[in-house]
Design a protein around this ligand. Structure first.
Ligand code: URA
Length: 275
C-alpha cells in the first residue's frame, strides 16, 4: 500500500478549481466523513412529564429567504409573474422573489440584456461566473461567441434581446435542478410574453426542452421551426446549439451557421432585413 502525502493547500485549491469549484457555500467546511452524532439516551420510564419542546422552525436558507416547498414556490412564482405588467415590474418581482434557493448563492439577479423592442429573443440556460459578476447574460466566452454569431446575420445587442431560463447562477455552474427550472419557468414565460418577439431562439437543450416541451435532444431539434405560444400569439421558435457547446465542438459551427441563416431568412421574409 502506498503512503499518500497530505496535499499542500495550493494542490488542494488547484484540484478544486480543476473540478469547477469556485465558490464557498459555508464559513466552515462540512466534514461528511465525521461519525454521526450519538443518539440521545432513552428517557427513564418513570421520568416526570417534561414540557414539550417547541417544534423546530422550518429551515430558512438565509434570514428573509423562506425555504418554501417546491409546489408552493412554483405557485407563488406563477401568481407573481402574472401580475407583472411591464419588464420593469417583472424585474422587480424577481428581485424580491425568495422561492428559489439559487438566489441565496448567486451574487445577483441576471435579468436580461439587449433591446426589449427586438424582433428576436435568445434564451440560454443559466448565468455562469462572469454573468453573475456583471449581472448580464452571456458576457463570458460563450457570450462573445454568441455576439459574433449574431453579428454574422446583422444582429447585435442593440437589435436582439437575450436572457436565460434561470436568472440566478447555480453554485459552481452545476446544472439547475428540474425543480429550480419549474420554479423559474413562470418568470421566463412572462418575460417572453412581455418582450413579444417575432422569433424565439432556444440556445441548447435545457432551454429547448423547457420552453418547447420536447424530450428530444438538441441534435434532433436544432434547425427546425417550432410553434411557441407566448400567451398572446404564436411565434416561430428555433432551437440551436448553445455557444458553450460550440466552443467545445467547433465542428458543429457549420450546422449552427445554417440555423442562424434560417433565423435571418425568417426575419427578412417579413420586412426585407434581419433587423
Ligand atoms: N450560458 C448560459 O446559458 N447563459 C449565460 O448567460 C451564460 C452562459
Amino acid at each position: 500500500m502506498s503512503i499518500e502525502r497530505t496535499p499542500a493547500p495550493h494542490d488542494l485549491l488547484a484540484f478544486y478549481v480543476e473540478a469547477g469549484v469556485d465558490c464557498a457555500l459555508d464559513e466552515v467546511a462540512a466534514d461528511r466523513l465525521a461519525a454521526p452524532e450519538p443518539a440521545p439516551p432513552p428517557r427513564p420510564a418513570a421520568a416526570a412529564p417534561q414540557p414539550r419542546p417547541a417544534a423546530p422552525a422550518a429551515p430558512a436558507l438565509l434570514p428573509g429567504h423562506a425555504a418554501a416547498a417546491p409546489d408552493v414556490a412554483i405557485q407563488s412564482a406563477r401568481e407573481a409573474a402574472r401580475t407583472a405588467a411591464t419588464l420593469e415590474d417583472l424585474r422587480a418581482l424577481m428581485e424580491g422573489f425568495d422561492g428559489c434557493a439559487l438566489k441565496v448563492t448567486a451574487s445577483r439577479l441576471v435579468f436580461a440584456d439587449g433591446n426589449p423592442q427586438a424582433r428576436v429573443m435568445f434564451v440560454g440556460e443559466a448565468p455562469g461566473r462572469d454573468e453573475d459578476l456583471q449581472g448580464l447574460p452571456f458576457v463570458g466566452r460563450s457570450g462573445q461567441l454568441l455576439n459574433r454569431m449574431m453579428a454574422a446575420i446583422g444582429l447585435s445587442r442593440d437589435s436582439a434581446y437575450i436572457t436565460n431560463i434561470i436568472p440566478w447562477r447555480p453554485p459552481g455552474n452545476r446544472d439547475p435542478s428540474p425543480i429550480e427550472t419549474q420554479i423559474c419557468l413562470p418568470f421566463i414565460k412572462r418575460h417572453i410574453e412581455l418582450v413579444d418577439p417575432e422569433v424565439l431562439v432556444c440556445l441548447g437543450k435545457p432551454s429547448t426542452q423547457t420552453l418547447l416541451n420536447v424530450t428530444d435532444g438538441i441534435v434532433r431539434t436544432r434547425g427546425r421551426w417550432f410553434d411557441y405560444d407566448t400567451g398572446s400569439r404564436v411565434i416561430g421558435a428555433m432551437p440551436t446549439f448553445h455557444p458553450a457547446y460550440l466552443l467545445r465542438q467547433p465542428v458543429s459551427k457549420r450546422q449552427s451557421w445554417q440555423d442562424f441563416r434560417a433565423i435571418a431568412r425568417r426575419l427578412a421574409e417579413r420586412t426585407g432585413g434581419a433587423q
